[in-house]
Write a protein of this length. Structure first.
Length: 94
């Protein structure tokens, strides 16, 4: 079991500290947001699979962090949630 120490550092089950990449963090945040929305709407993984045409096993793998979703997959999931996917470029903080 790992434990989040800060936004970039995780303490693993054996006590080691490891750094996570920003890319991994962004994917994790997107997936957590999707799971929150799915649950708020009272939908199951099977509901999302049926509505999106994505196999439930792939939805499960996505939720467990086993895959990085493409924009096409995120768009299909957004539609399954009756939402629209919005991607933005935002100025970096200096």
């Amino acid at each position: 079991m790992s434990k989040l120490v800060n936004d970039y550092t995780v303490r693993t089950g054996d006590g080691r500290l490891v750094t996570r990449s920003e890319e991994h963090l962004h994917r994790e945040l997107i997936v957590k947001d999707y799971i929150r929305l799915r649950k708020e709407k009272g939908l199951t993984q099977q509901d999302i699979a049926d509505r999106s045409g994505i196999a439930r096993s792939n939805i499960s793998r996505l939720e467990k962090g086993g895959t990085t979703p493409s924009l096409e997959v995120l768009d299909r999931i957004a539609k399954a949630l009756n939402m629209e996917l919005k991607v933005q470029f935002i100025e970096e903080k200096k």
